[in-house]
Design a protein around this ligand. Structure first.
Ligand code: MN
Length: 230
């Protein structure tokens, strides 16, 4: 290709057992656990809603290591959100929930880092969340485990601690919109592509982190994700 400038590198996430998963887009689901929806001020089940992060917001953290991210600019209230991340291996439009598993390559643990004070300002003004959600290094992610025979994750503890102190706790079984339902909804709005990541929402207990803090995010059956703020 006759590019006039050097193309940016492709963001990628390591896969357990070898290889790398190239990232195309990052979709995120808002308010997908009832208790967290309540802590953010919602009352009833509402249709899923989505926002995005740029692919290069990914900070891949190899198994057994501690990743580092910089404390971002423009915020005094950076929050952690531990989330199950679904990696799409096969694209499609208008995917039925019953057929969704065939589109999933694997699962990982991710952090949807959020500039909560900016998000509150944007909500108040009815403005987009990009600046609150889609900033640089806002999507640390652990290694992807191929779904294989086991299929989609539907149950299992999801937790986050900061400096060893428990903060967030939930179970994948409490997702308001399951992985399969989320894929069905998303693929009506966008053509899903191989390489897409879906952050499926966070359980209750979100809170602020400071420089020097170490976050440990766990989902049963997946490698732990450890990230330090500097
Ligand atoms: Mn989130």
């Amino acid at each position: 290709m006759d590019y006039v400038i050097e193309p940016a590198p492709i963001a990628a996430v390591p896969v357990v057992g070898g290889g790398s998963f190239p990232v195309h887009r990052i979709y995120c689901v808002g308010r997908n656990y009832a208790e967290h929806a309540r802590e953010m001020g919602a009352s009833d089940r509402e249709p899923p809603f989505f926002f995005m992060k740029p692919a290069d917001a990914v900070v891949p953290v190899p198994e057994g290591t501690t990743g580092t991210i910089r404390y971002p600019s423009l915020t005094q209230d950076l929050h952690h959100e531990v989330e199950l991340v679904v990696a799409i291996g096969k694209g499609g439009r208008d995917i039925d929930a019953a057929a969704a598993a065939a589109h999933v390559y694997g699962h990982a643990v991710g952090l949807d880092m959020t500039r909560r004070d900016l998000q509150a300002q944007m909500k108040k003004g009815g403005r987009p969340w990009c600046i609150a959600k889609g900033f640089d290094e806002s999507a640390p992610i652990g290694p992807i485990v191929a779904a294989g025979e086991r299929g989609l994750l539907t149950h299992g503890a999801i937790t986050l601690s900061v400096n060893g102190q428990p903060r967030q706790k939930g179970d994948l079984g409490d997702l308001i919109w399951s992985i399969a339902e989320t894929i069905a909804h998303l693929s009506r709005a966008w053509a899903l592509q191989p390489g897409d990541l879906i952050f499926t929402g966070t359980p209750a207990g979100v809170g602020a982190v400071a420089r020097g803090d170490v976050m440990e995010a766990r989902i049963e059956g997946l490698p732990t994700l450890r990230v330090m703020l500097r």
